[in-house]
Design a protein around this ligand. Structure first.
Ligand code: ATP
Length: 205
């Protein structure tokens, strides 16, 4: 099992948003979180990724198996595209960045400062980072924001290859990515009754 989430309750800004969420993610599986704006998908992904503690329940995953890609791209503006990827590759103990550059058609942009990239190009760089981590469980929040149709297709292909290689992906997205066999979890039924909790996530506000 790549990931096992059991009876998870989560909060944002001191208010419980979802409760009783359980699911498992197996190698080769993609699970798409659905639900209306503000229901708590981002909060759920952040909690699964360990960026904030749950209010209750458990998240079980192999140590260092998860990688999270959220709204903030985490890109260093003054470094070039290839320098950004090399930096992350070093952090994660990888050496070859060329498959990541090629998968997201970044090779022609390799020497450009990341701060000069368009929004969609930046997003492609943020997603290429996933490939240099070598981590099997991808936790992705709205990965296709700013991507044009061609780039969405590139991303879907990369995810497909990742799954075929035994990786897995948990993602929140409002669009249909066309990932073969992806399962959908609608989180709306897990909406919490409004309950104040200690403001433990204040540091993330
Ligand atoms: N920094 C914050 N402080 C207080 N409340 C917040 C904060 N960020 C989000 N919230 C609230 O927490 C709830 C859950 O937000 P979250 O971002 O997890 O929803 P979402 O399902 O990802 O929404 P969307 O589809 O719009 O991205 C929302 O009601 C939101 O207004």
């Amino acid at each position: 099992m790549s990931l096992e989430v059991t009876d998870l309750s989560i909060a944002r800004g001191g208010v419980r948003v979802l409760e009783g969420v359980s699911f498992t993610l197996a190698p080769g599986q993609a699970l798409v979180l659905r639900g209306p704006n503000g229901i708590g998908k981002t909060t759920l992904l952040r909690t699964v990724a360990g960026l904030q503690p749950p209010v209750g329940g458990t998240v079980r995953a192999e140590p260092e198996s998860l990688v999270y890609a959220g709204h903030a791209d985490g890109i260093k503006a003054t470094l070039s595209v290839s320098e950004n990827l090399s930096f992350w590759a070093q952090v994660f103990g990888k050496s070859d960045i060329s498959p990541a550059l090629e998968a997201f058609d970044l090779t022609p942009l390799a020497d450009r400062a990341a701060g000069m990239l368009s929004a969609g190009q930046k997003r492609r760089l943020g997603l290429a980072r996933l490939l240099v981590t070598g981590r099997p469980v991808w936790v992705l929040d709205e990965p296709t924001v700013s991507l044009d149709r061609e780039a969405v297709a590139m991303f879907a292909e990369v995810v497909g290859t990742h799954l075929a290689g035994g990786g897995s992906a948990l993602l929140a997205t409002h669009i249909d990515l066309g990932i073969d066999g992806a399962e959908v979890l609608d989180v709306a039924p897990f909406r919490a009754r409004a309950t104040e909790v200690d403001d433990f996530d204040e540091a993330f506000l």
